[in-house]
Design a protein around this ligand. Structure first.
Ligand SMILES: Cc1cc2nc3c(=O)[nH]c(=O)nc-3n(C[C@H](O)[C@H](O)[C@H](O)COP(=O)(O)OP(=O)(O)OC[C@H]3O[C@@H](n4cnc5c(N)ncnc54)[C@H](O)[C@@H]3O)c2cc1C
Length: 424
């Protein structure tokens, strides 16, 4: 686990609204709640608690948004990963589970407005179909949205409509959803941190939590200080290392993203002119969208590629050109990667290590909205309202034998397996 690192060389870090510079923890603090990890999960929980006048602190090992939250595709997609498993286990709570799948979107919209967070939030998203079986899935998803009276514009698109909307004939149809969208994730994280700070939360960067002493009050130690708290939230997700047992319950899968140079007006007339976020249905999916300054931000889940921008660009360019041959002369300016925590059953993992020590992680690549929900749900649980927490925590997480020793080999095997399934 890296400590005291600056941001990766992403487009987001290069265009962040500000460079955060919160102090290192050098004292012994006493708070109501100590949040470990300054990504969306930790920030959402801290902000939810600060809004209720709890005395909260955040310990971040690197910088706010340093992990997946500041590096992701910025796609605000719908629902919760593994939602059908939650409904299977709790059919009586199907309505509440559906609502939870969209709650993160409302939290983002509300916070962007309430705290004037400038994070390029834009509505408009399509799930695209490559094969007839994908079209059938999209038809089912559309029926579900309609049955639920989904309040945002949505609808199936024919092959031609998809081609006209996206400027590519790579797909045979799509489901458009104007309740989903895209955003600059690092700026959302920085904005949420500022909002929490404005409500009294104490934020420390480059202050890794190194040890937890459990008890009625919990003591969290960093290299130079400590925090004693009534409650603790472990929100380190794929980057968490404090509790070994949590690390055995997800696969750390790398995903890499490139950002092109800003596209010319001529290209923008053709390439995604409606500025939609796009996700394909494969396990090893491709996802893309335009940034506010009109770069194509194009991501794919894959094997480890390292941090060299040119290596990542060389890997992604052919995939990008398969979809958009028009971009053959377009430069790639940024390339970066991050780690996604993928649970075996794809359901997010919420739970407790002790009555007053919570964890929430493993959103399986579906975390921009669900982290916001999870933070609120954990905050509720700390305040004594357990209903949503008990549902989300109700599916036991499965341990992956050997994941700490052989994670690369297991991920490579998974990539092979899912790559084959995608081709069927
Ligand atoms: C490349 C990539 C693309 C993605 N694209 C999308 C997308 O388009 N849409 C979507 O919905 N999801 C996407 N995801 C998933 C999403 O980004 C994550 O689910 C989400 O950001 C997880 O947030 P988090 O706060 O739980 O974890 P993180 O953002 O990873 O934050 C964890 C933080 O905890 C800190 N930390 C860890 N241990 C300690 C410690 N002991 N002490 C102090 N701090 C600690 C780390 O430094 C880190 O900053 C993507 C992920 C990646 C990597």
């Amino acid at each position: 686990m890296p400590f005291a690192q600056e941001h990766t060389g992403s487009y987001y870090a290069a265009t962040a609204n500000e460079q955060t510079d919160y102090p290192r923890l050098k004292d012994d603090l006493r708070v109501d709640v100590c949040v470990i990890g300054g990504g969306f999960t930790g920030l959402s929980a801290a902000l939810s608690l600060a809004e209720r006048s709890y005395n909260v602190c955040i310990l971040e090992a690197n910088r706010i948004g340093w992990g997946a939250s500041g590096r992701n595709g910025g796609q605000m997609i719908g629902g919760i990963s593994g939602e059908e498993k939650l409904v299977e286990k709790y059919p009586e709570h199907a309505d509440l589970i559906w609502e939870m799948g969209w709650r993160g979107h409302d939290i983002i919209r509300d916070r962007v407005e309430r705290y004037a967070i400038d994070c390029d939030l834009k509505h408009g998203y399509v799930d695209v179909a490559i094969k007839p079986r994908h079209l059938r899935d999209l038809e089912e998803a559309e029926i579900k949205l309609s049955r639920r009276n989904f309040p945002y514009e949505h609808g199936l698109m024919s092959r031609q409509e998809t081609c006209d909307a996206l400027g590519t004939d790579a797909y045979i149809g799509a489901l458009k959803n104007m309740g989903c969208g895209h955003l600059h994730p690092l700026n959302l994280a920085i904005g949420e941190a500022k909002a929490a700070e404005s409500l009294g939360a104490a934020i420390f960067e480059q202050s890794a939590a190194l040890k937890i002493d459990h008890g009625e009050s919990v003591r969290v130690s960093t290299a130079e200080g400590s925090v004693t708290a009534d409650f603790v939230l472990l929100a380190g997700n794929a980057y968490q290392f404090l509790d070994k047992s949590l690390r055995t319950r997800f696969l750390p899968v790398m995903s890499f993203i490139v950002a092109t140079e800003p596209l010319s007006d001529d290209l923008l007339d053709v390439v995604n002119p409606h500025d939609l976020a796009v996700c394909d249905p494969n396990f090893l999916l491709k996802y893309y969208r335009l940034s506010a300054d009109k770069r194509l931000i194009f991501g794919n889940r894959f094997r480890y590629l390292g941090e060299d921008k040119d290596v990542i660009a060389a890997n992604h360019r052919p995939m990008m050109l398969d979809i958009y041959p028009q971009l053959k002369d377009v430069r790639i300016d940024y390339g970066w990667g991050g780690t996604i925590a993928v649970s075996i059953n794809r359901v997010p993992q919420l739970g407790r290590l002790a009555p007053n020590v919570f964890y929430s992680n493993a959103y399986s690549g579906h975390g921009v909205n669900v982290t916001q929900l999870a933070g609120e749900v954990v905050a509720d649980a700390m305040c004594g309202t357990m209903e949503r927490f008990d549902i989300l925590a109700g599916i036991p997480s499965m341990r992956i034998p050997g994941v700490n020793q052989f994670s690369d080999a297991l991920v490579n095997l998974g990539v092979l397996w899912y790559g084959m399934k995608d081709k069927l």
